[in-house]
Write a protein that binds this ligand. Structure first.
Ligand code: FAD
Length: 440
């Protein structure tokens, strides 16, 4: 079987193949049969048609940052979008068109030149593709909604290898489905987003010794209960240079005076180990947590949602974090709120529109023999959260939980998604994702 295309195609043994098959999660070690690196929509169309004619499964790599590593599959034809990097800002309309291989760090750096921004993920090496298609939680979600709420249109190659447009005006059903439905409906070659004026923000990180965690997280809970839309904050339990720490990371995109005051509310009465808050460029805030997620470590996530951070839940989180199996393991509490929570659930495929906290249990390790104990720790922590009322989870944080978890992550939108999956991809050509099972 030969594959000749107008763009790079790699097989095992070719220079660049090894680097192209590696993804962020070091636990994933899979070998695609072909890696196609398109330059254009036509290249993607050709790759899909070739795979279908040859009976090869297709996987799609955006930024290669997914926890589950489903963007790489053994024996598949991988469409690796990483050469499709164009980013074109239209300052008059305050919009941007970015291709499917762009990462958030690249995206933000370009839109910042125009003092414009939109909601994106908080780690700059994450791809805009997988993140937006699954929803897109980030610092600006309270004010501007999720990344997918800011999507205006998309160019997509469908399961037949044809180019389609999706927007409110064209293929509106498909447009609904790709705002949360992940990679189930096609390969998105370009995303058009709404941007918003943003000169700078207030925020950063404050750190305390872990002994102060109970006080700090209770205070975090109380502040986030009434926080304005412009203020988004995460609480974290981690280890730094061998010392157990508790911290708050935050971003305030509102007016200068109130932003500074509201950011300082997170400080306890006595001085922290470090106060790295202040007025910053948005790109600084968007990369300040990169150190916490180095590529190549082995990772396992469990991220159940809690409606409320009760005192009991906070105590359980601190107790479990105290027995973290490695120094690279951390726990992050994410507050989903504001505009992101107010969009009616049926308006986009992203179904879990409510105010809640995602309890991100992130086990990280570098010695493969630790896998079992790290995974067991994360699972038992998640079970303890479930006993306290935690349920469902964000589809982009799922690993291999399976069909029931995927269904739960869409809430009441799942049935419509399943019907649209059947309409747009009846043969499940796009199967390496949090898969939606089509129904007629
Ligand atoms: C450390 C870390 C931090 C994270 N932070 C955030 C965060 O702040 N906010 C948030 O919302 N999520 C976050 N996530 C989750 C993130 O949204 C997902 O991991 C997402 O899948 C990453 O997108 P990617 O393109 O880099 O992934 P990839 O691994 O390349 O792709 C994952 C899947 O997405 C699909 N896909 C990707 N691109 C395309 C495309 N162009 N067309 C069609 N399908 C495509 C494919 O099905 C693929 O299997 C984080 C994950 C990690 C590991």
């Amino acid at each position: 079987m030969t594959l000749t295309m107008g763009c790079p195609v790699l097989c095992e043994g070719d220079e660049g193949y090894e680097a192209a098959r590696i993804v962020w999660n070091g636990m994933i070690d899979r070998k695609p049969r072909w890696i196609v690196r398109p330059h254009s929509i036509a290249d993607v169309m050709q790759a899909v048609r070739f795979a279908r004619e040859s009976g090869l499964p297709i996987c799609v790599r955006g930024g290669g940052h997914s926890v589950s590593g489903k963007s790489v599959a053994d024996g598949a034809l991988m469409v690796d979008l990483s050469l499709m990097k164009s980013i074109q800002v239209d300052p008059r309309r305050q919009t941007v068109v970015a291709q499917g291989g762009v990462k958030w760090g690249e995206f933000d750096a370009e839109t910042e030149k125009y003092e414009l921004a939109t909601t994106g993920g908080v780690i700059s090496s994450t791809g805009i593709g997988g993140l937006t298609l699954g929803g897109g939680i980030g610092w600006l979600m309270g004010e501007h909604g999720l990344s997918c709420d800011n999507l205006i249109s998309a160019d997509l190659v469908n399961a037949e290898g044809k180019h389609m447009k999706a927007s409110a005006a064209e293929n509106a059903d498909l447009f609904w489905a790709i705002r949360g439905g992940g990679g189930n409906f096609g390969i998105v070659t370009a995303f058009e987003f709404q941007l918003h004026p943003l000169k700078s923000v207030h925020g950063g990180v404050v750190l305390y010794p872990r002994q102060r965690a109970a006080e700090l997280i209770r205070q975090y809970r109380d502040i986030t209960l009434t926080a304005p839309d412009e203020l988004t904050a995460y609480a974290a339990l981690m280890t730094g240079h061998g010392a157990p720490l508790a911290g708050i990371a935050m971003c305030h995109s509102g007016e200068n005076g109130s932003a500074e005051r509201e950011v300082k509310q997170f400080l306890l009465a006595d001085p922290p180990i470090a106060d790295m808050t202040g007025e910053k460029k948005y790109t600084e805030i968007q990369s300040m947590l990169d150190f916490s997620a180095p590529a190549g470590l082995h990772y396992y996530f469990k991220c159940p949602f809690l409606r409320e951070l009760t005192d009991d839940a906070i105590d359980a989180i601190i107790d479990h974090a105290a027995s973290a199996p490695t120094e690279q393991t951390n726990v992050v509490i994410e507050h989903m709120h504001g505009a992101a929570s107010r969009v009616p659930a049926a308006e986009t495929a992203f179904g879990l529109r409510r105010v809640h906290y995602s309890i991100n249990i992130v086990a990280g390790w570098d010695d493969p023999s630790l896998a079992e104990s790290c995974i067991a720790w994360a699972r038992s922590f998640a079970s303890a959260m479930e006993a306290l009322g935690a349920s469902d989870a964000y589809v982009n944080y799922l690993g291999d939980e399976g069909a029931a978890a995927v269904k739960a992550s869409y809430g009441s939108n799942y049935d419509r998604l399943a019907r649209l999956k059947h309409r747009y991809d009846p043969e499940n050509v796009f199967q390496f994702n949090q898969n939606i099972v089509g129904i007629a």
